[in-house]
Design a protein around this ligand. Structure first.
Ligand SMILES: CCCCCCCCCC(=O)SCCNC(=O)CCNC(=O)[C@H](O)C(C)(C)COP(=O)(O)OP(=O)(O)OC[C@H]1O[C@@H](n2cnc3c(N)ncnc32)[C@H](O)[C@@H]1OP(=O)(O)O
Length: 235
């Protein structure tokens, strides 16, 4: 479901939207490529292959990349398959099935917020064998921002205070929680935590954040890819 912004009406029209079936087909293809790219990234940072093999693979990857440099979306375009800001963000570096940067985090609602599940790989390593602290911040920032959107007040992070209690193990199923604890006009106050699935009582990382819903008069300038009803303008 879309969470709409109340920006001024769009002056331009946009192309006929794709059918639901076409969007699902497109999402499946993006996800398939994302899965292959994640496997490639993980293999690339784990391999003990020889320099000759690395050069040969690099040549092959360059050839593959060349097949994707034709039609491209502009910087601020919101992909047609997305439900911005509360739903699918298919190229999100955190939740996006199509992004090789994303674990990806799978998000579902709880009684009072959101829960996310993911497993970090070697590509997300900080200290040997453990997750990078920036990855923890990225996971929490995204889920806490989405908790605001799920509560009907999508906003941008203005502050995020992290506390790293214990290292986050790689290749271990993780549980991330986020909950809006209060609001003040356009501000939302949010807490979040990371634990393992196996030991949800032991916080590895906790965070407190403040998110601000942009001034409605500034939404169109901030997000030119949105139409008047808050939907993407088309991909
Ligand atoms: C919209 C949903 C998108 C969902 C995407 C999820 C993304 C996941 C999380 C992220 O990665 S967000 C990216 C990192 N964050 C940013 O880039 C935000 C940068 N900051 C801004 O662009 C502006 O600060 C912002 C649009 C959020 C607010 O600007 P406004 O012009 O709408 O706010 P305004 O200046 O009217 O201030 C409203 C209140 O917020 C406070 N405020 C705004 N910006 C602040 C700031 N940067 N630091 C501290 N306080 C700030 C401001 O003092 C005021 O408080 P009071 O009501 O108590 O007076």
């Amino acid at each position: 479901m879309h969470t709409s912004f109340t920006g001024p009406p769009a002056a331009d029209t946009h192309p006929t939207p794709a059918t639901a079936e076409e969007l699902e087909r497109h999402k499946a293809a993006i996800t398939r490529l994302g899965n292959e790219l994640r496997a490639l990234v993980e293999a690339a940072v784990r391999t003990a292959a020889t320099p000759d093999t690395l050069h040969r693979v690099a040549e092959g990857v360059r050839h593959v990349t060349g097949q994707l440099t034709g039609r491209r979306r502009a910087r601020a375009d919101i992909p047609e398959v997305d439900e911005f800001p509360a739903g699918t963000r298919i190229y999100s570096p955190v939740t996006g099935a199509g992004s090789p940067l994303a674990p990806p985090l799978r998000v579902t609602p709880t009684d009072d917020g959101l829960i996310g599940h993911c497993t970090l790989g070697i590509a997300h390593e900080g200290p040997p064998g453990y997750g990078h602290g920036g990855m923890s911040a990225m996971l929490l920032d995204e889920l806490m921002g989405r908790a605001c959107a799920a509560a009907g007040a999508p906003g941008l992070t203005i502050s995020l205070q992290m506390r790293y209690h214990r290292p986050v193990p790689l290749e271990t199923p993780l549980r991330i929680l986020a909950r809006v604890t209060g609001t003040d006009h356009r501000k939302s106050f949010v807490t979040g935590s990371i634990t393992t699935e196996a030991d949800p009582a032991t916080d590895l990382v906790t965070a407190e954040g403040v998110f601000v819903a942009p001034d409605p008069r500034r939404v169109r300038a901030l997000f030119p890819g949105l139409t008047a009803d808050g939907d993407p303008a088309g991909g």
